[in-house]
Structure formats: C-alpha cells, structure tokens
Design a protein around this ligand. Structure first.
Ligand SMILES: Nc1ncnc2c1ncn2[C@@H]1O[C@H](COP(=O)(O)OP(=O)(O)OP(=O)(O)O)[C@@H](O)[C@H]1O
Ligand SMILES: [Mg+2]
Length: 278
C-alpha cells in the first residue's frame, strides 16, 4: 500500500474533478444556470470523494483482516512450540531416566541380584513424572504462570538432581530475583536450568556442577558449569532428534535474554543466561 500516493489522490481527486467539471460547464454547457452549476459541482465532489473513500476503507478492512489472521496463526504456532517444549522437558527427560533404571534392573537380574533399590528409584521417577505432567497440564491451562521463588526453586532442583545423579552441586545466589524478575522470566529460567542439568546427567559424566544466580548491575546472570567431558561445537551435527539446546535458545529469546554455551572437549561445559533488568 502506497500511503503517499493515497494521500495525494485524496487531496487531488475531488479538486481535479471539480476543475474538469467547471471547465466543461464554462466551455461546453454554457446554458446551465449558475445555481444548478454550483450544486452539480458540489455533487461531483461528493460522489468522487465517496467512491474514493469507499475504496480506501475496503482496502483497510482487507489489510486488518489479514493482519488478524496472521496474528492468530502466530499465536497458534507459539502455543505449539510451548507444548512441544513442555513435553520435551517433562516426558522425554523422565523416560530417559526410567530407561536407565530399567537397564539397571535388567543387569541386576542378570547378575542374580535383587534390584530393589533400582525398582524403588523407578517407582519414584514414575511418581515424580506423574506430578510433573500434571503440573504441566495445569500450567498450560493457565494464562499467567504460577508465582515461584526462584532461589528456592533452584535449590530444590539441585537437591533432586544431586540425589538422583550422585553429582555434587554447589549453589551461589546474590541479588533480589523475587522483586526484579517477572514470573514468566523466573519460570523460563527454571526450565532452562532443568534442561542444562539433564544434559549434564546425560552427556557430561561430571563430578560437580556449580550453579550461580547473580544480580550484577542491570543484569541477572544464571550460570551452570560442569567439570565433565565437554563437547566440540563442530560435533553437534544437525540432528533432528536433539531439541534441548534449540529450546534453550528459544526460551532465552522469549524473555529477551542472551544464551551462551561454552565447551571444550575434556574441560567441561558452561551454560550462561544473561537477562537484562530494570
Ligand atoms: N553439559 C554437557 N556436557 C557434554 N556434552 C553436552 C552437554 N550439554 C550438551 N552436550 C552435547 O550437546 C548435544 C546437544 O544437546 P541437546 O540438549 O540439544 O540434545 P540431547 O540432550 O542429545 O537431546 P534432547 O535434549 O533433545 O533430549 C548433546 O547431544 C551432547 O553431545
Ligand atoms: Mg538435552
């Protein structure tokens, strides 16, 4: 839509028609009485303006209609992404863990050993997943997200992580996340922490994880650092079945944060999320 052109047309069109009409009236239709001539000139302006603006309004209606459709489609896509991520974060991670436990039970049985411990852990994992999935369903139904205390949430996630994986965790917190971060930001940060921890458990073979949540000037910084095997960026092939890092990027973008992952083979991995605050 060329707005400048529309503007000029709106200004010039009625004037042009009146000029044309006046020209014809004075040169060809000289018999028309003056009063009638003026009335007809007014009518010419009215009709041309009416036709012109009817066209413009039709155009505006079409444009706003297609904008609305576009907006709705975008919202649907975002919602799908959100559900995909929630599924990844709860179900596929839990299934991964249960699969490990099932394998442990299998090997215990092969060694003629009673796998009570593993079965207990499996039962507990099923229980946790059940609660977690219910929480996700609840979250998906809610428009606004549940209020969380970030530091407490990080602590309890780390505690659970340490218990389940045997990997030692250290946590440093500095600043006032409760006041300065929104619920949406806090929820996203927790999800990001969970994925980073899952990756450590799955891939890093680490002994220790250091997590820090630090307010520094106008920024909030969440760092998750492990001392595991690390990886080389070049080895991260475009795998369609890997979603974790992709989702981490997306979550960061959604809250306007900067996400970085640094890793060197043999030297561990550091994930940082840098969030601007007011
Ligand atoms: N902390 C880490 N230590 C070592 N390697 C890592 C670490 N985090 C990620 N990686 C490497 O990066 C790859 C991509 O991670 P990503 O989370 O995207 O996928 P995934 O964990 O393999 O699968 P998904 O997250 O979809 O279940 C991993 O396969 C792994 O090789
Ligand atoms: Mg992953």
């Amino acid at each position: 839509v060329n707005v400048t052109k529309m503007k000029w047309l709106a200004a010039l069109l009625p004037a042009t028609f009146v000029c044309l009409f006046d020209f014809l009236r004075h040169n060809l239709w000289v018999g028309i009485p003056n009063g009638w001539g003026n009335l007809m000139a007014a009518l010419v302006v009215l009709v041309t303006s009416f036709l012109y603006f009817r066209g413009i309004f039709k155009l505006l209606k079409t444009i706003s209609g297609s904008l609305q459709t576009e907006k709705e489609e975008k919202a649907i896509l975002q919602e799908r992404d959100r559900i995909a991520r929630e599924l990844h974060d709860s179900v596929s991670q839990a299934l991964f863990f249960m699969n490990i436990k099932a394998k442990e039970i299998e090997s215990a049985l092969k060694q003629q050993r009673q796998p009570f411990g593993e079965i207990m852990e499996l039962k507990e994992a099923i229980q946790i997943t059940d609660t977690d999935v219910r929480q996700h369903i609840f979250n998906l139904q809610m428009v606004s997200q549940v209020n969380v205390d970030l530091v407490t949430a990080v602590r309890s996630n780390l505690k659970k992580f340490q218990e389940q994986s045997g990997i030692r965790t250290e946590f440093t917190a500095k600043g006032d996340s409760q006041q300065k971060l929104s619920d949406r930001e806090k929820n996203q940060l927790i999800r990001m922490l969970q994925e980073a921890l899952w990756n450590i458990r799955k891939h890093a073979n680490a002994e220790c994880v250091q997590v820090s949540l630090i307010e520094e000037g106008k920024q909030y910084l969440l760092t998750i650092k492990d001392n595991g095997t690390g990886f080389q960026e070049a080895n991260l092939k475009e795998r369609n079945s890997s979603f974790g890092l992709k989702f981490l990027h997306e979550r960061a973008r959604e809250i306007g944060a900067k996400f970085t992952i640094e890793s060197l083979a043999g030297e561990g991995t550091t994930v940082s999320i840098q969030l601007g605050i007011n």
